[in-house]
Design a protein around this ligand. Sequence first.
Ligand code: C2O
Ligand code: CU
Length: 550
Amino acid sequence: SRTNHYDFFIKETNVTRLCHQKTVLTVNGQFPGPTIYARKGDVVVVNVYNQGDKNITIHWHGVDQPRNPWFDGPEYITQCPIQPGANFTYRIIFSEEEGTLWWHAHSDFDRATVHGAIVVHPKRSKGAYPYKKPHKEIPVILGEWWNDDVNHLLEEAKLTGGDFKPSEANTINGQPGDLFPCSQNGTFKVPVEHGKTYLLRIINAGLTNEMFFGVAGHRLTVVGTDGRYLKPFTVDSIMISPGQTMNALLVADRATDGSCNSRYYMAARTFSTNTQIPFNNSTATAVLEYTDAPPFAGPPDFPTSLPAIDDIDAATAYTAQLRSLVTAEHPVDVPARVDERMLVTIAVNVVACPPNQTCEGPNEQRLAASLNNVSFANPAVDVLDAYYRSMPGVYEPDFPNRPPTTFNFTDTDLPPEQWFTRKGTKVKVVEYGAVVEVVFQDTGILGAENHPMHLHGFSFYVVGRGFGIYDGKKDLASYNLVDPPYQNTVSVPKAGWAAIRFRAANPGVWFMHCHFDRHTVWGMDTVFIVKDGKAPEAKMMPRPPTMPKC
Ligand code: C2O
Ligand code: CU
């Protein structure tokens, strides 16, 4: 293994999209930011210099960081933010991951523009792809663009207690593409040669949208997700949630004798499971261009099989196909016995509007969100430091294993008293090595929808997913314990449930939250504290002296 170094200069940079110029936070002036390359087992060191004018942190999404929570990144969970003018050096320890991951800011809404790909190649010696080596690899980062400053929109939403304005465009590698005004020149282009195979490393870096993605005239063979391999399957389009990555092979097999188009749109469209909420109804495009075909008159072909914005069946059918590869080199180890069983309800709620304020949430209350009816409140110092130094009063270690009340979880007509939640900084403490099962249950409080639930510090097996209210007996029997996908973000179905299992063999403090950013800031979060084990290799690393102060 090897140590690679990167320098990240966080700074405001002028960017023009959709005919609007604004300054956005970038890394090294790039949007999306630079790609980090590593091989399985490497260590990567990133010096972050905050040359912007606000606090920031960076998170390495999907990297387990064994025993190393200090450099995980979420603000007020594992560190205090890096202040303007300061710098902080992250040490990122890669262990089992191989495939595509990504990094992003983990403070306020900074990740709208502060994000980039992480490419983890197989080990130098003995490592190999479990499929034919592609001719080229192409990061395809899906994102969203707002004409307004996103942190300004966040401040406004905090003040009014109302909802967040939808983005104006989806983007592919930072570009909305040909179908938008003032966007033709920037459209992301992928040159291809007939007969060659390309690996698309697709990342959903969007703040608020699940997305469908497809390429006209070409099918995609999905071979990996979230830094693990899958049993290959071939589809016209994929569905990807914020936080997830999908690796897909594309064979450039269209005729180049002039009988076919030489240009094909790659397109990303919003997938919304609750169209009551205002959404971004737009399609971002990039262009696949055959360099060895005569130019064809007319526009590129459009992927007509891309599902409609509300096509839940298409999304469900896609997700059901994700299965771990399972070979001698890439085995699975699905825990059969569970030590901690948790049923965690997901809800969008309200909290009371502060006196002498007017709030724009439902019934003039403030919008909030919760897990097990606790709306997570960020503490003033980070949970990790508080835990490490046994500081009292920062968090409460009694996050409930079950919802405090049972009600008809999928009922969308609940009385307004049921909309309320309470705030708290409640965390779940587990023993080192315990097997944890979390069943996420979506609720109909203020409207059901999919939620991309993400866990730091671990990947987990998604052993089951279904619609309706989780039924311990029946649904347990339907679990896939043979080849479930190993992921770090699961899309919990609208008015449904998803069950995950992981072995808590990574001591530290690990955030768990919905990867829709408005839900994150509203409190759809909790924290796992995994205690040290007895053996030296089961203990958290000591606190680095360089940690930023709050
Ligand atoms: Cu993509 Cu808390 O992370
Ligand atoms: Cu959510």
